[in-house]
Design a protein around this ligand. Structure first.
Ligand SMILES: Cc1ncc(COP(=O)(O)O)c(C=O)c1O
Length: 473
């Protein structure tokens, strides 16, 4: 492709994205395709000769787009959001255009220094402890793995890195923690048997007294309690573990405290939600995802640590070919995570932070919280529906329950209700299981979701519930 063709195709791509954003509601939010359908439309072998760019673009529109689930659709109420923004999309284009690989300061000084700046800006915006230092990871799963590895080294005086595991290091999470905790444990060599799932209270938050009991029991048995992973905003129900009390327990027993605030993190910017983030001064590491609820294209996860030296000592490898002149004066983020090569993720975050400003970001978050409260009140006021967990930050867990069905039938009803709601294509919501009961989750956080979309979601839910009731009675 020559320069002129690049320009022409580039403009066409931007036009396509602009139209896509404008017309996104014409697509079914959840892809309506069968397994294997897309693959069948694609050749099994690569082309021998290069093809026309126009043809590839045409196939993108005709084959790929219909097979996509549209995360930026205003009817997106599934999982958690992964919202982007026009500002972030364009910054990603610049990132791709420069194609930089930002493994060390010298390979892209501005990328390293911008990463330092934006993570510090976010720290200030979110009123996080002043001694925390940030680094951008791809995902929260990676950040949590980094925390587990660092804690393992810290607890073993860096001996596991030298000699491998020779002790039973134990990890504590609530039963509601994200699966990335268990995955990280497996990868970091703790062994699944050494994870302790701590009981939760009626709000699905970790019970600190149960945590301390488990820690003491393990110490008595000769285990080495090593890490607690507390969650602020659990995936299932948005529960907040009591970090303040957990932090004191960790201090008492010399245990690493990692906080997973993957979705809820941005709410720390809001004065009225600051009570949810109390006790962070005793936290050793903390992760949240701007790629979830802060307008920044996937992937972008911000990881804060209290003592960067522990992280870099855990990760650092120093082959001759990676040494540079300024190693003593600069940050080389290759030592702050797992992989060597790094994308320039700070750029899109910078564009977002500057374009919206603190005021714009707070307004964005508050609107979703308001819509969440609105939906919560609808559920509370409607006969035959019930709230299944306290609703915070736009996540509402609910179900249909007319009081006439046994547990199993109720689960079947709500599962069928979800299938019907989603099959319409206007909205997409997902489920969870709380205390072994099937629960619907409505997560509000898409950039384009307005009150009318939440209202429409409710109309669809209500109508489908009415239709289904006839079938069940
Ligand atoms: C609380 C929590 N932690 C971790 C994750 C994993 O995030 P990531 O996909 O960035 O690894 C999620 C994903 O939804 C989450 O909700």
């Amino acid at each position: 492709m020559n320069k002129d063709e690049f320009r022409e195709n580039g403009y066409a791509f931007v036009d396509w994205i602009a139209d896509y954003m404008e017309e996104i509601e014409k697509y079914p939010v959840k892809a309506k395709v069968e397994p294997g359908e897309i693959k069948r439309k694609l050749p099994g072998s690569p082309p021998e000769k290069g093809e026309e760019f126009e043809e590839i673009f045409r196939d993108f529109k005709e084959i790929i787009v219909p097979g996509m689930t549209h995360w930026q659709h205003p009817g997106w109420f599934a999982y958690f959001p992964a919202n982007n923004s026009p500002e972030s999309i364009l910054a990603e284009l610049l990132t791709a255009g420069m194609g930089a690989q930002c493994m060390v300061w010298a390979t892209s000084p501005a990328a390293t220094e911008l990463e330092e700046v934006v993570t510090e800006w976010l720290r200030q915006l979110m009123d996080l402890p002043g001694d925390w230092v940030g680094v951008i990871q791809d995902t929260a799963s990676t950040a949590t793995l980094c925390a587990l590895l660092t804690a393992r080294e810290w607890a073993s005086d860096f001996q596991v890195n030298e000699r491998g595991m020779d002790k039973n290091f134990t990890v504590y999470v609530s039963g509601e923690a994200h699966s990335s905790a268990e995955k990280g444990m497996k990868i970091a060599g703790f062994g699944r048997e050494n994870i302790r799932y701590i009981e939760t209270d009626d709000k699905f938050a970790m019970k600190p007294e149960e945590l301390e009991r488990a820690i003491i029991e393990d110490m008595d048995k000769g285990f080495r309690p090593t890490v607690v992973i507390a969650t602020l905003g659990t995936t299932s129900s948005g529960a907040f573990d009591p970090v303040e009390e957990i932090g004191k327990i960790c201090k008492r027993h010399k245990i690493w405290l990692h906080v997973d605030a993957a979705h809820a993190g941005p709410a720390a910017m809001l004065q009225e939600k600051s009570h949810l983030f109390r006790g962070l001064e005793n936290v050793d590491s903390f992760v949240f995802n701007p790629h979830k609820w802060l307008l920044t294209n996937f992937d972008c996860s911000v990881y804060y640590v209290k003592e960067p030296d522990l992280l870099t000592r855990t990760m650092s490898i120093d082959p001759a070919y990676l040494k540079t002149t300024h190693d003593q004066e600069v940050k080389n983020f290759r030592d702050w995570g797992i992989q060597l090569g790094r994308r320039f993720r700070a750029l899109k975050l910078w564009f977002v932070l500057r374009s919206y400003g603190a005021k714009g970001l707070k307004e964005f978050l508050r609107e979703h919280i308001r819509l969440g409260e609105l939906f919560q009140s609808i559920i509370e006021e409607t006969k035959d529906f019930e709230l299944m967990a306290p609703a915070e930050l736009g996540l509402i867990c609910f179900r249909f329950n007319n009081g006439k069905m046994e547990r199993e039938e109720l689960d079947r009803f709500n599962r069928e209700l979800m299938e019907r709601i989603n099959s319409g294509g206007e909205i997409f919501l997902t489920h969870t299981v709380l205390r072994e009961e099937f629960v619907l989750r409505l997560a509000i956080g898409q950039r384009t979701t307005r009150e009318k979309h939440v209202q429409r979601a409710w109309d669809i839910i209500l109508q489908e519930a009415k239709n289904l009731k006839k079938q069940f009675s």
